[in-house]
Design a protein around this ligand. Structure first.
Ligand code: GLU
Length: 408
């Protein structure tokens, strides 16, 4: 999928073969075996990866995910998407991704800490404030980032907060980082509505996934933009309430019972049904490849903003474009996270903390500008938003490679 999307954009800008070859493969792939002492006294070996796709515009950047399905191919695709993401939103960073094949829900807190520190140690030679700056991704969060910062600092002999972003605010994290991905998603929906002449406070929204991205998007869209969240879901299933879901209550239910499906007075729906509901806005904020040629034809939303990475297959993209659905692609829609990661990195390097107002105002500016650049490009080139975003990104990265030159 990642290569198909890249080649489409490369064709559109007549990208020369030299640079096409360079960008088709990651610059470096690190595979690590991670022995961890489990609580039962036995050792278990996990497999982890760090893939660094491109650093022509700045240090590699991208999250670390913990999921049973993590594979080298998935991490390679996600690393390439990070290169485009940092370029679309125009921050001076490259693209990377890391992951461990593990079900983190099956591990104790102690096991998770030992696994995370061992992974940090195993990749420590390849990361650094000016080399590669990791961050959270699926099923990792501020605590994992704090452990990685601590391990890296222990290994280098001095505190090095700028080696990783998405840290807890108490220890060099940025204000506003935690809900920044969701805030970016909400901003892209508001901009899309503005360009389509729809009233933001009249939009109905369905959100697939109620993790960090989905749940915060629900909160921000409902409370700050007055949108009506009618459906949400998590890995156990979904709920639909025509008159609107009380997001605070849904969060409470998820916290107490482990899933939103226990929300009272809602109609239970499946994750698949959620995608084709009669709503104005659809936010896929779970995992990859959920919108496919099988369901794209039945999607009724006018705007899709991709909170997750890679939720739409290329075949589904074609169907949605022909139908006139405005798809805000992942590399733009969820770029708020890496944008505030960049702000966090800058704050860390300067040993200075921005206020929440400063963070959110800068984020707003960045995402709005990126959205409108991509929207205008899509109209000019008469292509979908994904191709437009990729075209912009591939051009920026290729220009950097061409101007810097190939050494030796
Ligand atoms: N994992 C997030 C993403 O896919 C954030 C990356 C970062 O902040 O570096 O964009």
């Amino acid at each position: 999928m990642a290569l198909e999307q890249f080649n489409k954009a490369a064709d559109l800008i007549n990208l020369e073969d030299d640079i096409r070859q360079i960008l088709s493969v990651p610059q470096r792939e690190v595979h690590v075996a991670l022995p961890v002492k489990m609580d039962n006294g036995k050792v278990k070996v996990f497999v982890g990866y760090r893939v660094q796709h491109n650093n022509a515009r700045g240090p590699f950047k991208g999250g670390i995910r913990y999921h049973p399905n993590v594979s080298i191919d998935e991490v390679k695709a996600l690393a390439m998407w990070m290169t485009w993401k940092t370029a679309v939103v125009d921050i001076p960073l490259g693209g990377a991704k890391g992951g461990i094949a593990v079900d983190p829900k099956a591990l104790s807190q102690g096991e998770l800490e030992r696994l995370t520190r061992r992974y940090a140690y195993a990749i420590s030679k390849f990361i650094g404030p000016y080399e590669d700056v990791p961050a959270p991704d699926v099923y990792t969060g501020p605590q994992h980032m704090a452990w990685i910062m601590d391990t890296y600092s222990a290994l280098t002999g001095h505190l090095e907060p700028s080696v990783i972003t998405g840290k807890p605010v108490e220890t060099y994290g940025s204000l506003g980082r935690n809900d920044s991905t969701s805030r970016g998603v909400a901003i892209t929906v508001a901009e899309a509505a503005r360009r389509l002449n729809l009233k933001t406070n009249q939009l109905t929204v369905a959100i697939q996934g109620f993790g960090n991205v989905g749940s915060n998007a629900a909160l921000i869209m409902a409370k700050e933009y007055g949108m009506k969240i009618v459906a949400v879901s998590d890995s156990k299933g979904g709920i639909y309430v025509k008159s609107g879901i009380n997001v605070d209550k849904a969060l409470e239910v998820k916290e107490k019972t482990g899933s939103v499906v226990n929300y009272e007075g809602a109609q239970k729906i499946s994750n698949e049904e959620l995608l084709t509901l009669d709503v104005d806005v659809l936010i896929p904020a779970a995992l990859e490849q959920v919108i496919t040629d099988r369901n794209a034809g039945s999607i009724k939303a006018k705007i899709i903003s991709e909170g997750a990475n890679g939720p739409t297959t290329p075949e589904a993209d074609r169907i949605l474009y022909e139908k006139g659905t405005l798809v805000v692609p992942d590399i733009l829609a969820n770029s708020g996270g890496v944008t505030v990661s960049y702000f966090e990195w800058v704050q860390n390097l300067e040993r200075r903390q921005w206020t929440l107002e400063e963070v959110n105002a800068e984020l707003d500016k960045k995402i709005r500008k990126a959205f409108n650049d991509v929207y205008d490009t899509s109209k000019q080139l008469k292509v979908d938003m994904r191709t437009a975003a990729l075209t912009l990104a591939v051009k920026r990265v290729s220009d950097a490679i061409r101007i810097r030159g190939i050494w030796p």
